[in-house]
Design a binder for this molecule. Structure first.
Ligand code: NAD
Length: 293
């Protein structure tokens, strides 16, 4: 897709971080923006910030764990803007887990899998039939994570499990849409190349009451990128970070080329991916990786 002017982009989790930056990047190129999110305060902020820049938008409560909520967002965007050309299944949370996974509450698993995995499944079910029926060039973009899709960083079993599933779903969606010879393109967005400075490490702010934490003591103690930097510094690692605007710029550049992989990596990440492939092919026992540069 070359021209984003007057296109309609729906972004779940669009009130903060990567989703918010996508809203502005596309809005500044003339797209109309529909944001679905559950964080009322951040939604108000993004709505007034988009308006201040003259970007036409719809900001609506949408919980991606609910198929109904996503259908309402799709209906509203369709009604208000007359069509949908870009869908970003982007909403996601960090489970904040630590300790032994056999001690986790089921609610820790449920919350993360509900948002990260079911959120993508529900978004596919709400939007793909509409995009396929429209039969026009459109993009369905899923925000995954290299942490789960390609690599398995230790001590985040819930998050990595969710993002491994998300990648399998995204790649399969691409195969199915291609087999149908549809003008709709599927892309896998991997925020990076470094840890992206967003609200992901403070996801507890939007954890629903019915799935609230039950087991004390299995918290990572990390609630911001700053905390993560401090932890890394204790291991002598100078953690580099990426601004979410850089992720949005990388995504837009990739969408212009209809790329499947919206992926920016560092030499360090590439080396880790290569080492993982070698480890598997050589049947070596895995050893834990450090979150790195
Ligand atoms: N930050 C990183 O380094 C990084 C790395 C790889 C992947 N990601 C992925 O990027 C995506 C965006 O996260 P971010 O880093 O911008 O974090 P963020 O917390 O800044 O943004 C996530 C947004 O999702 C919303 N959200 C949470 N639960 C929701 C629900 N049930 N329904 C609708 N919206 C919901 C939040 O309110 C928030 O606005 C996530 O899928 C995340 O896993 C982030």
């Amino acid at each position: 897709m070359q021209d984003f002017n007057n296109k309609v982009a729906v972004i779940t989790g669009g009130a903060s971080g990567v989703g918010r930056s996508l809203a502005f990047a596309l809005g500044r190129l003339g797209a109309k923006i529909a944001v679905g999110d559950v964080d009322g305060k951040a939604m108000e902020q993004v709505q007034s910030d988009l308006a201040a820049e003259g970007i036409e938008s719809l900001v609506q409560f949408c919980d991606v764990t609910s198929a109904e909520s996503l259908n309402e967002l799709a209906d509203k965007a369709q009604e208000q803007f007359g069509g949908i050309h870009l869908v970003f299944a982007n909403a996601g949370i960090g489970a904040g887990e630590s300790g032994a996974m056999w001690d986790y509450s089921d609610k820790d698993w449920q919350w993360c899998l509900n948002v990260n995995m079911w959120g993508v499944i529900n978004s596919i079910k709400a939007f793909m039939p509409r995009l396929m029926a429209q039969n026009e060039p459109a993009h369905f973009v899923v925000t995954g994570s290299g942490n789960g899709a390609f690599l398995v960083y230790p001590d985040q079993p819930i998050y990595t499990a969710s993002k491994a599933a998300v990648h399998a779903i995204t790649e399969n969606l691409h195969y199915q849409v291609s087999a149908a010879q549809s003008p709709v393109k599927v892309s896998a967005l991997f925020p990076g190349p470094h840890v992206v400075d967003t609200g992901l490490f403070n996801s507890g702010r939007v954890r629903p009451q019915e799935l609230k934490k039950e087991v004390e003591g299995n918290e990572s103690g990390i609630s911001s990128v700053e905390d993560m930097k401090k932890m890394c510094a204790e291991f002598g690692i100078d953690l580099q970070t990426t601004h979410p605007d850089e992720v949005a710029a990388m995504a837009v550049a990739g969408l212009r080329e209809d790329a499947f992989w919206l992926l920016a990596t560092t030499e360090d990440t590439d080396a880790k991916i290569q080492a993982r492939a070698d480890m598997i092919l050589n049947r070596e026992t895995p050893v834990p990786m450090m979150v790195g540069t």
